[in-house]
Design a protein around this ligand. Structure first.
Ligand code: SAH
Length: 253
């Protein structure tokens, strides 16, 4: 018997940020291969399944990735439904390409269920929209780390969200001006977005290094540019035009 594999984005934190579709698929799983950053409470959605922890951190562990690929293939050959549960969204810095390729090579069918990526959870937690009318027309999700483990900072959008930079905030701060960000550019740093113990700090590029201690040892995203700015309170009351009809309520039949 060869089964299939469903990749599910668990979301960035608390278990209730998974999608309904993801939760329904989990309830059908025979085996769940999960990452380190997924909430243990998600187990309640698949008590029937065998849960196997395959977490690894960082780039350097290529044997780890090969072992995960092999495990996926092995379990899909022996079970009807294998879930590969990944933190955030599987398509964002999730090594999905390698795992899809391994399955395709073995002739195993795969499906992907999206999840909430860390950048979006950080924007929600801090109420800082990633796009802004007029000033924030584009968003880039960037990794600060190259495959070789070097740090790279870029400027490819009005709002740039850096993943995997938590350990190197001071170095990132030094690189940002060279990438074209002025030292006054607002920066919003969020660690453990989507969790009850989320931490948020705000900076300018010039003083970003000060964030290092606060977020040390926690998964962190760094938002630079338009989307890092706090929304400004409206200075005047909102004028509600008189004589407008009430919106029509719609109800499910
Ligand atoms: N697929 C994941 C990203 C995995 S890469 C997603 O879509 O979110 C791991 C990096 O994601 C971490 O180094 C950190 O930069 C970021 N990250 C993951 N979870 C996070 C969280 N809850 N809060 C802040 N950053 C997080």
């Amino acid at each position: 018997m060869t089964g299939r594999v469903i990749f599910i984005g668990a979301g960035p934190g608390a278990a209730d940020l998974i999608t309904l579709r993801g939760a329904r698929c989990l309830a059908q799983a025979d085996v769940v291969l999960h990452d380190a950053l997924t909430d243990p409470a998600l187990r309640e959605l698949a008590p029937q399944a065998r849960w196997i922890h395959v977490g690894k951190r960082g780039f350097c562990d290529s044997t780890g990735q090969a072992a995960i690929n092999a495990l996926l293939v092995k379990h899909a050959r022996a079970n009807a439904l294998v879930v590969r549960l990944k933190g955030g969204d599987p398509s964002v810095f999730g090594r999905l390409e390698e795992e899809l390729e391994a399955l395709a090579g073995a002739g195993i069918a795969a499906e992907v269920v999206p999840g909430v990526t860390a950048a979006l959870a950080a924007a929600a937690d801090t109420q800082r929209p990633l796009t802004r009318r007029g000033s924030g027309r584009s968003v880039a999700l960037s990794t600060a780390m190259t495959r070789e483990g070097a740090l790279r900072a870029g400027r490819s959008a009005d709002t740039e969200v850096f993943y995997m930079a938590g350990k190197q905030l001071a170095a990132l701060a030094r690189r940002l001006p060279a990438a074209g960000w002025s030292v006054d550019t607002p920066v919003s740093v969020v660690s453990r977005a989507g969790w009850p113990d989320v931490l948020h700090s705000t900076h300018r590029v010039a003083d970003l290094a000060a964030a290092s201690l606060l977020h040390a040892g926690r998964p962190t995203v760094v938002t630079v540019g338009a989307g890092a700015r706090a929304v400004s309170p409206q200075r005047h009351g909102i004028d509600v035009p008189q004589g407008l009809p009430d919106p029509v309520e719609t109800r499910a039949a």
